[in-house]
Design a protein around this ligand. Structure first.
Ligand SMILES: Nc1ncnc2c1ncn2[C@@H]1O[C@H](COP(=O)(O)OP(=O)(O)OP(=O)(O)O)[C@@H](O)[C@H]1O
Ligand SMILES: [Mg+2]
Length: 307
């Protein structure tokens, strides 16, 4: 672990968010690079279970590198408090996008592909002996996906992560009630297919524009209404969502990469460039509203056009 000195170079600018477990601040360094500082919420700092989740989050975040996963910057202790520094993703969470509207099909497929690629990478990690680590994110939800200003989706928040041999309390419920798989809800061990189920719930919500399950209820016995009842979707996507949301995990995808490939194929048919642009503009607009960012600079050419 890095010493707390490494963190002294950051200056807190303002609070960013308070989640179920963490408290986050926006900070910058001497070169004015923005970072996010995350700690366990003050009211939970004496909860051993939460502190163990945060330690697992630090361990995973510090050991992974992927274009669709938030980058680790540093971690350490400051005055006895564990702190994780992450790159600041300028944009908006998928939850903030969904607060405004459903996503167009192409945009939803791009986000689903990005999240599936990040998950496929996590799910396929191996230890030094080449044995599968069986990493599971455990908390896939719209709050834990951030859309950046280029319209790319990045996975954040590894507080629910587990892997083979991790220090996890058996039967402990991680993840948000509205997104967890039936096996997670039953307190059974999770695996990569539990992340696939949560991704299916998120994709359903992106397309329909409302949550599939209530966040107060972990029951999964009600039938899932077919997507095509709400929005026109290609058959391959409807079939992929049915597979992701299968109660029996054996019926889900063998590899998460396979699901990513299905989304990618359908996304191409809907114009990836336009979809990325839609996502970038929407994320930027929300970030600007939330952070009162300065308006984009008008170049002399566009100023002429405006006159
Ligand atoms: N690196 C980042 N860049 C930009 N925004 C971020 C970043 N990390 C977190 N956020 C924002 O802060 C919110 C809360 O962060 P995070 O999910 O890490 O907290 P948490 O307490 O672990 O959440 P949960 O309620 O899911 O347990 C996110 O939903 C996102 O909007
Ligand atoms: Mg979160």
């Amino acid at each position: 672990m890095l010493s707390g000195d490494v963190l002294q170079r950051f200056h807190v600018k303002r609070p960013l968010a308070k989640g179920g477990m963490g408290e986050l601040w926006l900070a910058d360094d001497e070169q004015h690079h923005d970072v996010v500082l995350k700690t366990v919420r003050d009211d939970l700092k004496d909860d051993d279970e939460v502190r163990r989740c945060f330690r697992r989050e630090i361990a995973v975040t510090a050991s992974v590198t992927h274009e669709h996963i938030v980058h680790h910057v540093a971690h350490g202790q400051v005055a006895g408090v564990e702190v994780l520094a992450l790159e600041h993703i300028t944009g908006a969470s998928l939850a903030e996008l969904l607060d405004r509207s459903a996503l167009p099909l192409g945009a939803a497929l791009c986000v689903a592909e990005d999240v599936a690629r990040a998950l496929a990478y996590l799910h396929s990690l191996k230890d030094v002996d080449g044995a599968a680590l069986e990493v599971v994110h455990g908390d896939i939800s719209p709050q834990n996906v951030v859309i950046d200003r280029f319209g790319q989706a990045l996975l954040i928040d590894f507080g629910g992560a587990t892997w083979r041999g991790a220090d996890v309390t058996p039967g402990m419920l991680v993840g948000k009630p509205g997104y967890i798989s039936p096996e997670q809800a039953r307190g059974e061990p999770v695996d990569r297919r539990s992340d696939q189920f949560a991704l299916g719930v998120v994709l359903w919500e992106m397309l329909v524009g409302r949550a599939l399950f209530s966040n107060e209820d972990v029951r999964r016995d009600l039938p899932v209404p077919p997507l095509s009842q709400f929005v026109p979707v290609p058959y391959v996507i409807e079939a992929a969502v049915v597979r992701l949301l299968a109660h029996d995990r054996e019926a889900r995808f063998t590899s998460t990469e396979e699901a990513a490939d299905v989304f990618a194929g359908a996304a191409w048919a809907h114009g990836v460039d336009d979809s990325r642009l839609w996502l970038a503009e929407r994320a930027w607009q929300i970030a600007a509203e939330l952070e009162a960012l300065p308006a984009p600079v008008i170049t002399s050419t566009s100023a002429r056009t405006l006159r």
